[in-house]
Design a protein around this ligand. Sequence first.
Ligand code: PLP
Length: 412
Amino acid sequence: MKNKGFTTRLVHADRLLNAPESGAVHQATSNSVLFEFKDAQGLVDVFQGKKAGHVYSRSSSGSNVALQNIITHLEGGVGAITFATGMAAITATMFSLFKAGDHLIVSHFLFGNTRSFAETMQIMGIEISFVDVTDVQNVKAAFKSNTKAVYLETIANPVTQVADLLAIGQLCQSKRALFLIDNTMTPANIFDANSVLASLTISSLTKYIAGHGNVLGGAVVDTGLFDWSGFENILPMYRGPDSTQWGLTQIRKRGLRDMGGTLSPESAHAISIGLETLVLRTEKVCDNALRLASYLHTHEKVSAVYYPGLADHPQHYLAREYFNGYGGILSLDLADGIDPIQFLNALNLVICATHLGDTRTLALPVASTIYFESSAQQRKEMGVNDNMIRMSIGIEDIDDIVADFEQAFSQF
Ligand SMILES: *Cc1c(COP(=O)(O)O)cnc(C)c1O
């Protein structure tokens, strides 16, 4: 299948990778929590990792393995683990790989809940330096003798800063540090994390992968590019014969099994259905977003537009190099005197909601919602202005979205 196109592979993946029974094109969904072993030795062998199988569905189930196989295939990695939410994937990964006294370099421009979780890691004794990852020099300057990893998002939300991805990947490689990329904004058809030397990619499947705002999920994928044999935090019992699996094994045991953020079988199935149309949706979304950005860019009632596809975006040159499409997140600052709440209330078609990566176009006021817990100083550092609106562009006919903006602007 490797040499086939993205969507060809997506729509045939469940059938070919997971071989469902009776000619079904989808893996059957089973809700069984427990698994019977007619021969007790079988249970022992699965427990000890000598045989593949399931013992308890918090740790693994057929539906989760089916989705993990599809995601691993798509990303070209050596394995994947699925979780109940994107945040479960992030927290389980970080808490199973790092310990008090380790140092992490983390992007200054982070999804709000990840930022808040980073502060929890600091409380637990993990040292963190927040840096501007649009320039590799800042990352280089932050490295210390106990630095274990660099963590960033490809396109940051809401201001759409693009990380200096390949330069940071090369730096991590030379320092033997993990390079962790939250790839929620740019799924594998838009961005190849292997090409910038990522070690692990973490995604919220809730967003573009599932795509329809009806299911939560998260995943971590190992690209196979990191040499785990030099990573001292892997516990002795997880150092099996194949060192490419060390990181995932520790995350699966300490992160998924012990912390318990398991994806339900129905959700795994719903995500795999959404995933089939990933390319169709994201191509339309990227096209729509660029057209809306161009319209807003010259509008007198908008003082700034943040979208990596615009030629005057500060990292447009990076986005053009790394991404096949500029993503579906676009933010704008309304002109002085236009209140973001009143403006959002004037939009009819665009939905005021906190989500992204949906088929529908969504918008929300940024400073008073997702950055409500941050101080004015923190918001300033992240480039979040008080009159900023974040949009997640959907797959509607773009003329209808532009018309909705026209009628809303005409009221101010
Ligand atoms: C939404 C999001 C998350 C968290 O995912 P959930 O599935 O909502 O838990 C993490 N990172 C980014 C960039 C996100 O947009």
